[in-house]
Design a protein around this ligand. Structure first.
Ligand code: N01
Length: 534
């Protein structure tokens, strides 16, 4: 051991779903590991996103680990869509059940990870100045963890409290009697606005881009339904993993195309999916994410529902999105649109009257000034690359990840990067990640990495690194798939378009089943596209 440094086989950054399972697996391999976590406890996304109404938009019976049958049999979910507190208590249960806590260091933010060409080991440094030396570094830093707060003129002059949905305080925030402003109308806003509206005196929603949202119809989970799924949980999981997004449902992805059926049939399909609720709405037809005309039929259906729900016609029109549905991540809500019928809720169309500045007492748009007691930034994340690039990761020959990714993230399978030996990224850019049930993608990556590390050890390899050729081919492949979809047609965080100056690159790889198959083939072939060295 180098003086002042702790030596371990593996450093894992992050103690969310990915980091916890990764720790469990590397310990099973008999390796020494340390998890470094910036938060005060486990949970990752579910530790930080404590805003009112926070819950998952993937159903509880699917949004959980499947690696342990005992675990999935013993845990009882209470609702169709689990709330943030319930998911956090699940993760605490997992942590304690598998005895993971002793290897996790909390309140520890990683600042640097530097590869030493001579020793072929990584040195990982933390904000408090600690250093660890490790053969492998595994980034379990999450795709949506680096909060994005826009740089609005005068923001720091506001005298009331400000919140970011992704950095919500642990103690309850009481908005009773207050005038509250929410900036943003993505998933976090869509979930929190209906809840905050019930408490606040006045709620002003500042919308730049209108959002498509489908009702969750959340409610208690029927114990008999839960029992039924548990009776054949493995088959249920396996079937779900075969869908495009690794998310199953009672209404699976249709094989029909929207324009090959009559208008009545289309309407009936959308109505059935709306009634069912949730993300399966986008599975109504197989071409919704490929054909703009097909897409417009689904978009039009949602706009009709908005106009039906929202009583004030002008407010309804502002709430009607005009981009491709599904281009930005669709939302799943409880009473989102109906909340705009409340007397205490106002909607501001920032396209018509943009924000000019935050003032000491509120927000000024080009039209007027809104007096506020609190401002909530529901402005999302520097997605997929943000958490990685906020750490100074330096690979071979002193080249940093920031330099390597200056023109956008380049990765092989979203798992490894040329120039960064023995560095793995769980659900990294170039993998299906955010387009899927994250837990399925996380488990697939963790299993792949564990198998890879075991293989290296068994065959006395010291290093693994993606090759330039394999990485370039993969980047082209992902671009080609994204290029035939409608995803690149709007300014989404999938493209990095929400962060000024971020290269516009479609980051996730659409389609879980073919991706998982390719990863399997790479491993079966002895890590094809990676260079292994002794
Ligand atoms: O963030 P977002 P989020 N001025 O980026 C607006 C997951 N998630 O935290 O669209 C004014 O979606 C921005 O406007 P625009 C889920 O994958 C899951 O809500 O850029 N507005 C947008 O309306 C989700 O997609 C759950 O024009 C500004 C909003 O802020 C992802 O996390 C729950 C602005 C940001 O929306 C991110 O969701 C919550 C500015 N300067 C989140 N800058 C589940 O259900 C940004 N905006 C599991």
């Amino acid at each position: 051991m180098t003086e002042g440094r702790q030596d371990v086989d593996v450093v894992i950054v992050g103690a969310g779903f990915a980091g916890l399972y990764m720790l469990h697996r590397v310990r099973e391999l008999g390796l020494t590991a340390r998890v470094l976590e910036a938060g005060g406890d486990v949970g990752g996304t579910w530790y930080w996103n404590r805003y009112p109404g926070a819950r998952c938009d993937v159903e509880s019976m699917q949004y959980s680990y499947q690696f342990s049958d005992e675990l999935q049999q013993e845990w009882e979910w209470s609702e169709r869509y689990a709330s943030q507190p319930e998911i956090l208590s699940y993760l605490n249960h997992v942590t304690d059940r598998f005895g993971l806590r002793p290897d996790i260091q909390f309140d520890t933010r990683v600042t640097d990870a530097v590869f030493d060409d001579a020793t072929r080991r990584w040195t990982v440094r933390t904000e408090s100045g600690d250093a660890l030396s490790a053969q492998f570094v595994i980034m379990a830093t999450g795709c949506l963890s680096a909060a994005n707060t826009p740089d609005i003129a005068g923001a720091s002059s506001f005298t009331g409290p400000t919140y970011h949905t992704g950095r919500w305080p642990h103690a309850k925030v009481d908005f009773t009697g207050q005038r509250v402003g929410v900036i943003g109308t993505g998933s976090s806003a869509v979930q929190s606005i209906p809840v905050i509206a019930q408490e606040a005196r006045d709620l002003v929603v500042f919308q730049r881009t209108a959002t498509y949202s489908v009702p969750a119809w959340n409610g208690p989970l029927d114990p008999s339904e839960q029992k039924e799924i548990k009776a054949h949980y493995a088959a249920f999981r396996a079937a779900n993993s075969q869908s495009f997004s690794a998310i199953g449902g009672t209404l699976p992805m249709s094989e029909r195309q929207a324009l090959e059926v009559s208008a009545e049939e289309r309407q009936a399909e959308y109505a059935a999916r709306w009634k069912e609720g949730g993300l399966s709405f986008l599975g109504s037809f197989s071409d919704l994410l490929f054909d703009p005309k097909a897409n417009d039929t689904a978009a039009g259906y949602v706009r009709e529902r908005i106009r039906e729900i929202v009583r004030d016609p002008r407010t309804a029109e502002i709430l009607c999105p005009d981009q491709v549905i599904g281009c930005k991540r669709m939302c799943v809500d409880t009473e989102y649109y109906a909340t705009f019928n409340r007397q205490n809720v106002r909607l501001v169309d920032l396209r018509e009257t943009p924000i000019e500045a935050v003032t000491p007492t509120g927000i000024t748009t080009t039209a007027t000034h809104y007096e506020l007691d609190a401002i909530i930034y529901a402005t999302g994340f520097d997605a997929m690359t943000g958490a990685l690039l906020r750490i100074n990761i330096c690979g071979r020959d002193g080249v940093s990840l920031r330099e390597a990714w200056a023109a956008g993230p380049h990765s092989y399978l979203g798992l490894g990067v040329v120039g960064f030996p023995n560095l793995f990224t769980i659900t990294g850019p170039g993998s299906p990640s955010v387009l899927t049930n994250m837990i399925v993608s996380i488990e697939q990556h963790v299993d792949w990495i564990s198998r890879c590390v075991a293989y290296l050890r068994q065959n006395a390899y010291q290093c693994i690194e993606a090759t330039e050729a394999a990485q370039s081919e993969w980047v082209e492949y992902v671009n080609a798939i994204a290029g035939v979809t409608l995803f690149p047609t709007c300014n989404s965080w999938y493209l990095g378009a929400n962060v000024p100056g971020k290269p516009r690159v479609f980051m996730p790889c659409p389609g879980f089943p073919p991706y998982a198959e390719q990863c399997q083939q790479v491993a079966d072939g002895g890590y094809v596209g990676f260079a292994l060295s002794q």
